[in-house]
Design a binder for this molecule. Structure first.
Ligand code: UD1
Length: 421
């Protein structure tokens, strides 16, 4: 049998959880590290599948990595060699596209397979390509592989027509190696992007960030540094939602309160009790919650990565709630499975409409992407009886030690079956 999570739900969960380093920061920092052509030490890197995939891609570039599989990753790129990147990991991972930008900074030629990642509907990379061409790189496709060649170089301003996390980071990485000034307008400003900027500045990059504008001025050689990845606000938000539905008391440690403001605001309006510290939060579940209409937006708006888990909490509110998913409107893989588990969710135009229900019920269902998968875990922890949740490989892309963390607060959860990749 393929790997599944076996969950016996219906119990309160109380205690403390530790949040790991941000997935979306780590996957960019690990690639950005090669710009130093030196030794970089990253700490607070959580052991998730995406990190293991990136390490194996780095090894193809003759970059040595040492990872203690807990939190410290050492990346030695002193002997980096440019090579075509087209292994399975490149196609599995979304963040493999950061090798495009990073290799373009180091070399005049780069060959990188088209990125993979969770199926959230259409995920184009036209904005990345627009930036690369403004930076003087031509590209063509050899089947599924993007081949980039440097043609020219001049001072440039890139106006991104849409806010994109990936395009902002990728174009920034490609800009570091340029010999002329680059301005990027309408950038995404997620905390993970600020983390990447801080990291590059520590290495010696000359970057100015004002609002949604980045200016990158040519600098000398970069150097290796030690950098601690920021806490994962999406993992924290997931446990905030878990606490809201299941915990008389849940202390969530190792967070940055400033990065959670948008999530705290939404949960507070619903009626969740939240006590705040700078690096921790205490959640206390309440008996009655008020329905809300939420719009998902780029940061500082409510994150799309928590849209799916939020539907579980909104199912516990009285009356009808809605979520407008403006970033990935097709991010809906959880809806049918949650309905099988007793939810009352329907899609109307561009809205996810959620009618409050009394509780969830146990079921055998499959997660089809990372955040969809975790929303099924939350529902299974609420519903009385034994649930089996498939699609564990997706959940492992973003959550480390999930079973241990949930067991640690009293949850009845274990992994059964064979690991499947
Ligand atoms: C990143 C995150 C992902 C998160 C998403 C939105 C990583 C590894 N992943 O994904 O967890 O859900 O941000 O916060 O950091 N778009 C285009 N053309 C492009 C690029 C994007 O049209 O070239 C569109 C997308 O389809 C989407 C929107 O822009 O509608 C935002 O996507 P983007 O911010 O780029 O998402 P990712 O970087 O892929």
């Amino acid at each position: 049998m393929r790997e599944k999570l076996l969950i016996n739900g219906g119990n309160n969960l109380s205690g403390e959880v530790e949040i790991g380093g941000a997935k979306n920061s780590a996957v960019a920092l690990i690639v950005a590290a090669i710009l130093a052509r030196d030794i970089v030490i990253l700490t607070n890197v959580k052991p998730i599948e995406d990190v293991f995939c990136l390490i194996s891609i780095l090894e193809k570039l003759n970059v040595n990595c040492y990872y203690d599989k807990k939190s410290t990753l050492i990346i030695d790129s002193r002997r980096i060699k440019n090579t075509r990147l087209d292994s399975d990991e490149v196609y599995q991972l979304r963040a493999s596209y950061y090798f495009m930008g990073a290799l373009m900074s180091l070399f005049d030629h780069a060959e990188v397979g088209a990125p993979g990642g969770c199926n959230l509907g259409e995920r184009p990379i036209d904005l990345h390509l627009l930036g690369f061409s403004k930076l003087g790189f031509d590209y063509h496709l050899d089947e599924n592989i993007f081949i980039f060649d440097k043609k020219s170089e001049s001072e440039t301003t890139i106006n991104l027509p849409k806010i994109s996390v990936g395009a902002t980071i990728n174009i920034l990485l490609a800009s570091i190696g340029r010999e002329k000034r680059v301005v990027i307008n309408n950038i995404a400003i997620e905390p993970e992007i600020k983390d990447v900027i801080e990291f590059l500045k520590k290495m010696g990059a000359n970057i100015k960030c004002r609002g949604r504008r980045l200016t990158i001025t040519p600098q000398g050689k970069l150097k290796g540094v030690t950098h601690k990845v920021i806490p994962d606000r999406i993992e924290a938000g997931t446990f905030m939602i878990l606490g809201s539905i299941l915990s008389p008391y849940l202390k969530i440690n190792n967070i940055n309160i400033k990065h959670l403001r948008n999530i705290i605001d939404v949960l507070s309006k619903i009626g969740v009790s939240i006590e705040e510290g700078d690096t921790y939060l205490i959640i206390r579940k309440q008996s009655k919650y008020t329905s809300q209409n939420i719009k998902v937006k780029p940061y500082p708006g409510f994150p799309t990565d928590l849209q799916q888990p939020l539907t579980v909490l909104l199912s516990m509110c009285e009356g009808e709630s809605s979520i407008e998913e403006t970033i990935y409107p097709a991010r809906l893989s959880h809806v049918d499975s949650l309905n099988k588990m007793g939810a009352d969710i329907r899609i109307e135009d561009n809205l996810i409409k959620i009618n409050g229900v009394k509780n969830f019920k146990a079921a055998d269902v499959d997660g089809e992407d990372l955040r969809g998968g975790i929303s099924l875990v939350l529902a299974a922890l609420l519903g009385e009886g034994e649930s089996k949740i498939g699609g564990v490989k997706y959940i492992k892309r973003g959550y480390s030690d999930l079973v241990k963390k949930i067991e640690g607060i009293g949850g009845n959860i274990k992994i059964i079956g064979e690991t499947n990749k």
